[in-house]
Write a protein that binds this ligand. Sequence first.
Ligand code: ADP
Length: 424
Amino acid sequence: MMIALVFAVVVATVSVALFFLEWRKRRVYSKYMDKIAVSIGEETGAPPLYIYERLRKKLGELEQRVIETERERRNVFTILNNITDPIIIVRGDGVVTFSNIAGRDVTRPGVEGRKVYEVVENYHLLEMFEKALQTGEIQSGDISLVVNGETRYYDAKVVPIKLDQESERYIIVLHDTTKEKQLDKLRREFISNVSHELRTPLTSIHGYAEALLDDDLSNKDLVRRFLGIIESESARMTRLINDLLDLEKLESGEAKFNFTIVDMCQVIERVLSIVEPIADDYGVEVRWTCEGEKFVYGDFDRLVQLVLNLVDNAVKYTSLKESGEKSVTVRCFEKDDKVVFEVSDTGPGIPEEAQRRLFERFYRVDKARSRKVGGTGLGLSIVKTIAEKHNAKIEFESKLGQGTTFRVIFNKPQVKEEQDDAAV
Ligand code: ADP
């Protein structure tokens, strides 16, 4: 009896203890469940299975978001790398954390992870970085860097960015302004050249007109001579302005080209009818050969202009030779699949150091010589532009004191029928 009682008490105690333990476990379990529910934005007391489902969904979403963030991050780097302006990101302690591909081209190798002072070779840019570091303000300025042995100009900016309380970044952005700088230089040179070219004849016209006004005009020969100078100087100005306008039209693409099949022999004949009387006056003999028909695809009037400029130069500059043979030979012939127009003279020739600049606007080997023959310094620029429009190549060779040969090499027309049509 006693044993049974003791056994019952033990069983009851163990049961109570087990019940209590189970109750505690459940409480702890539901407390944590509630915590999880709250952390994922659900109501407390929701069934565990429901919370498990919600939790699984949330984890899936998070995983997706991490993948997307990583993809975004990679996209941002791809975009930065494809920007053609150099971009370099520097930490406050001067260490470069990122450089895009263009940035690597303008810095020393191994830019990332190195101090900006070690990889950027421009004192002014480093000074801008220092100033941005001290003031926390955007710095900008013009700098130049040597890239692949060539000087390039940049509009540089250093932009400080605060990421959070402790960290900040300095973004160095360089915008290449080399082209603008070169265009600006060309524009300034052009304006100064045009002003100079116009001022010379204007000064002359003004001077002779003033002299006439001050004179009693009794010496008819003097008056005639001065008026002659005024007339030729104003004609020079007109020629200059016409050449300028023409060149501008050609280069801007405004000039209309009427492309057809053209016989270069006809072009040469037309030019010679203009040049031969002048050549006679200058005492220069002009010979020419153009057998049969030499077809090219081009604009007849523009080809006349091209040939005229070259033959006219040859005649005029040869006429300035003090002694020896004064002749110009014009030829047109076929070579392989090309049509070659050639004009050679026995003139003064062009010095080697001047040959490189011959086709530049206003370039003259000898200013006085060009002036003497009424040159504008634009003839060869016009020739070059017209040749380019015809996909033709220009070659020349010249020996000082012996003469010059210019060659314009055209492609033969491709379309057989067009050639036949033109020949009719
Ligand atoms: P310009 O109007 O002065 O003749 P161009 O552009 O036609 O200008 O020619 C540029 C320069 O090239 C000339 O000033 C001249 O010095 C030189 N030149 C051109 N053709 C010849 C030539 N056949 N012989 C010698 N010099 C030439």
